[in-house]
Design a binder for this molecule. Sequence first.
Ligand code: SF4
Length: 441
Amino acid sequence: MNYTSYDVAVMNYPLFDKREDVSQAAEKFFKAPPVEKRAEVPLYIHVPFCTSLCDFCIYHRNLASQPERIEAYVDALLREIEMYAGEPYTCQLPIGSVFIGGGTPTVLTRDQLIRILDRLHQSFNLKGCDITVECHTQNANLEKLIALREHGVTRVSTGIQTLQHKARRDLHMAGSPDALIQWLAMAKSIGFSGVSADLMYGLPGVSQEEFLQDLDQAIKLQLSHLSVYKTAVFAYTKLYREQQKSMSPPAALNETEMRETFYQAHDKLMTHGYELISAQEYGREKGLIRFWDLTYDGYGDNLSFGPSSFGYINGYCYQNESELDSYVKKLQGRVLPVSRISRRITSKQLMERAMVMGFRRGAVSLFRFADTFGYDLKQIFSEVIHRHIKQGYVTAVGDQLILTRKGLYEQGKVSVDYMQSIFQGISNLKRKLCIGSHEMP
Ligand code: SF4
């Protein structure tokens, strides 16, 4: 496996710009005239702790070995929520969906989780909002799950990734396959409106057949949602370092097998009553969780709290401090913990953002684009749309441009082609470097 696609890296648009002054973040977010308004906004919280660290993981996380650091994080997070909620611009945003992820939120104690949920309810209007918490089977016990349910959580999710014993052990994934299945049954019995799981294809040591067996087993559990992620090995992961060192790394799927595995998984999910709810997520019921729909909407704000999280407010993309101590220190000084920021979005980039993000949820609406911007998107992006249709990535259905199966597999590439105002005339390699670092050339 290697850098085969942009899938993971297209997180936001426009890209960050080192020349922008992050100390002015609050001024930029809250004092500039509003760029746009829309009905609902997603809110994400990143919990950067896990009890053990899986070799392939690309997310920002720390070992949950020091309770005092976790407590300092919770205090800082509560202050971050309070600071945003204290601003007229953000306190009025109608929150449509909340996702508490990471890392593993359930490494927090029951009381810490309740404090966070209570602070969210006190700070924003969450009426009618779906709230998801990512769980780990080793620490999301019955008592915590009941507390989550009682405090308004509507859906819980866990990362299965693989049910293959050997691969789990080799990749340092905590929890046995049996414990995962039992945990999912327990979570379903509590009365959440959704229980879901993630699976990864292309993990080293897991064949195509084994992955598809795992998927069959997950389908049998009748979960409300299943996410299917392609394994991408990034240079900062332990897996990458191990692969560089090893004379005989475990077998991994090649690009053709990866593509074929995704196609088979997609078809299987479709024939078992799942619908596509974003380019990587499948649900039995549309609308049960709207987090991806709102996050990849591309037409408005994304609130994001916690270390390393990515957000978008009033025309600025931002990322928070990744390093825990820097994040905590800034908040102790009542400073927004922003480490990177984009330039303010231009009117051309607003249209590009609608496409870049829109294809992350699998489709863009021609009507909505025309209604918002007053232009026909087929004319604005005529060259790239024709090319994508010819290449078999995109098809036109009614009012929408929809990713085909091939387009879903290559969604990152499709999205990048709409970043025209910053990428025109630069090489593919340079594009990849910019996307990898999320920064302007
Ligand atoms: S439990 Fe999840 S977030 Fe934590 S290291 Fe493993 S894959 Fe990453």
